[in-house]
Structure formats: C-alpha cells, structure tokens
Design a binder for this molecule. Structure first.
Ligand SMILES: [Fe+2]
Ligand SMILES: [Fe+2]
Length: 178
C-alpha cells in the first residue's frame, strides 16, 4: 500500500490469483494421474503422494483467497483437469523416472513463475507475497526431490522436460487471461 500513487502501476493480483490457483489445481491433477498409474507403495508413489498433499494445501489457500476477493477461476479449469491428469498418467506410463522428470520440469517453471510474481509484488500485498514465497520453497523442494530420486535419468529427459516446460508456459500465459 505504502508508496502507491494514483497512476502508478499496481500488480494485477486478480490475474495472479487466477493463474496460481490454476497451476496448483493442475499440479493436483498431474499427481492424481501419476498415482493412478504408479504401483501403490513404490518409492516414487510415496514421494509423489507427499508432494500431492502439499499441492492440496497450496490450492486450498488460493481457493480461499479467490473466494475472499471474489476473483473468478480460469475458464480453462475443465481443460487443466483433463490435461493435467493426462500428462501425469502419460509420464507415469513411460516410467517412474519419467514421472519424476515431469515434476522436475513443472516445478522449474513454477519456481520461475512465482519468482516473477514476487518481483512484481515488491512491497505490496505482503500476506500474498509470503504465501507465494512459502509455496515456492515447497516447489523447489519438489524439484530437488525429483532430481535426487533419479528424474534426470529418465529416457529422453532433455526432450521430455523441454516439451513439458513449454506446455507449462502456454498454460500459465492462458490462465492469466482466460
Ligand atoms: Fe504447489
Ligand atoms: Fe509442487
């Protein structure tokens, strides 16, 4: 609030919440798709279940903020429902390591996305900024856990992660606007 003058650019927090909620929702769908395919109780499924629980916490917080501020969700939610699940299931069908490479790629983009938002918010919206910083730390931890568990050893890792990251960028750009 401090320092803002009429005419200054202010961060578009409605658009931020919309894209963040879409991303966290997408993350829960990706993990649901992976867990539907992976053998229950394998090491990867255990890791992914733990990460999925954290995505649920992130999503719940954005849902709450959107309700409080009367921000509408993205109209693309039904698409992210299906596309997220399909991405998760497809990567898990390739291999356990490909499922982890998917997390590696997605979290790399989400980390960059949250970093840009924090830059944009600056000193504004400190409560929102601290939530984003908190979630960003979880996402980085997810990326690092996936790498430690062997993500980079997935067959076709470079191409797979480049493709998934490109998809994330498109999803982010669309969810801000639509
Ligand atoms: Fe998340
Ligand atoms: Fe995550």
């Amino acid at each position: 609030m401090t320092g803002w003058r009429p005419g200054d650019r202010r961060a578009d927090t409605a658009s931020m919440l919309r894209v963040d909620q879409a991303g966290e929702y997408g993350a829960t769908r990706i993990y649901a798709g992976q867990l539907a395919v992976l053998r229950a109780n394998c090491a990867e499924a255990k890791l992914i279940s733990r990460m999925a629980a954290q995505e649920e916490r992130h999503l719940a917080r954005f849902n709450q903020l959107m309700a409080e501020r009367r921000v509408r969700p993205t109209a693309l939610q039904p698409l992210w429902n299906v596309a997220g699940f399909a991405l998760g299931a497809a990567t898990a069908l390739m291999s356990e390591k490909a499922a982890l490479a998917c997390t590696d790629a997605v979290e790399t983009e989400i980390d960059r996305h949250y970093g840009r938002q924090l830059d944009e918010l600056g000193e504004d919206e400190q409560e929102l900024a601290s939530d984003i910083a908190d979630f960003r730390a979880d996402e980085l931890e997810h990326r690092d856990s996936a790498r430690e568990a062997g993500a980079t050893g997935a067959a076709g890792y470079p191409l797979l992660t480049v493709a998934i990251r490109a998809g994330c960028k498109v999803a982010i750009a669309l969810s801000k606007r639509i």
